[in-house]
Ligand binder design. Structure first.
Ligand code: FES
Length: 318
């Protein structure tokens, strides 16, 4: 598998500060070398960060109007692939970190009201959205859950929003009461949710009665494949004619990589768009957060790290 590192377009940023935001989260502030402003971004955007040999995505959580600095917050994930431990344990102030230009697959669409729901480190893309909602004069409410208060970043800073923000440390008050938060559908409101997969699934279930298009989510981890309901399928590569079987418990990316096919990837959770492939035949089962509803319907492209197939065979332009 090839991890993308693009030093032709990546920016070498200096670590200005690294501070502890909670028991498990550090905040990292990055700045460019000169007075040149950093590329613009909007709430919901993320950057790819080169963490040693790995490339990982982190949401920008600072102020989009500050063109001199980027801020990210990083949860230590000891069982992860090593990106967060590099940033926690190895990275020092004054180090150079190579990052991509900001990309946004979780943009804040216009609405009169917003319900924001964040789980754990999923608060990071939501933070600038609160300011964005305020700028638009929209009404909003944030439900922010985590395992413990001490492990939740930005709790003190969110206090200034008063009762628009509900903090739900699970060990004190239990999980976010989604049935209350989403009980009444609102055609003028949009729901933005970021956090671990069980929270995203629960929010999807609790908002089923809302109008189509109300819910916007960003995933930080890949949804586990349910071998009781998934089905296998074949993938044929147009260039070589090689056909590979993708069993119910594996992804297309894993199968092609194991077969020695050079497929470029980065996030492996369907959020960055790096592993996009052109579909020549077959019906993709889209599970990414990159493609728009229209692009999904057209079925011309798919993300190999998470998406699957509704027909028996997919033919890819690889
Ligand atoms: Fe990021 Fe597939 S590797 S979307």
């Amino acid at each position: 598998m090839t991890t993308v590192q693009d030093q032709a377009t990546d920016l070498p940023l200096t670590v200005v500060s690294k501070i502890r935001l909670s028991t498990d989260v550090v905040g990292i502030t990055l700045a460019g070398a000169g007075a040149e402003p950093l590329p613009q971004w909007e709430a919901g955007a993320h950057i790819d960060v080169q963490c040693g040999d790995l490339r990982r995505q982190y949401s920008l959580c600072g102020d989009p109007d500050d063109r001199q600095r980027y801020q990210i917050a990083v949860l230590r994930e000891p069982d992860g692939r090593g990106g967060s431990t590099y940033l926690h344990d190895t990275l020092e102030p004054s180090d150079i970190l190579w990052v991509s230009r900001p990309r946004n697959t979780f943009a804040l669409e216009p609405a009169s009201r917003y319900v924001f729901i964040a789980g754990g480190i999923g608060i990071t893309p939501i933070l600038p959205m609160l300011a964005g909602a305020e700028r638009r004069g929209a009404d909003w409410m944030l439900h922010y859950g985590g395992r413990t208060r001490a492990g939740m970043a930005f709790v003190a800073e969110l206090g200034r929003h008063g009762n628009r923000v509900r903090i739900h440390p699970q060990d004190e008050v239990g999980r976010i009461p989604l049935a209350d938060a989403l009980g009444k559908p609102d055609r003028d409101a949009k729901i933005y949710c970021c956090g671990p997969t069980p929270l995203l699934d629960a929010v999807a279930g609790a908002s089923e009665h809302w109008p189509d298009g109300s819910l916007h989510v960003e995933r930080f981890s890949r949804v586990a494949l349910d071998t009781d309901t998934e089905r296998g399928f074949d993938v044929r590569l147009a260039s070589s004619g090689g056909t590979y079987h993708v069993p119910r418990d594996r992804t297309i990316l894993e199968v092609l990589t194991d077969a020695g096919v050079d497929v470029v990837s980065s996030c492996e959770v369907g959020t960055c768009g790096t592993c996009e492939a052109t579909v020549l035949e077959g019906v993709p089962d889209h599970r990414d957060s990159v493609l728009t509803p229209q692009e999904r319907k057209e079925g011309q492209y798919m993300m190999l790290c998470v998406s699957r197939c509704l027909s028996d065979t997919l033919v890819l332009d690889l």
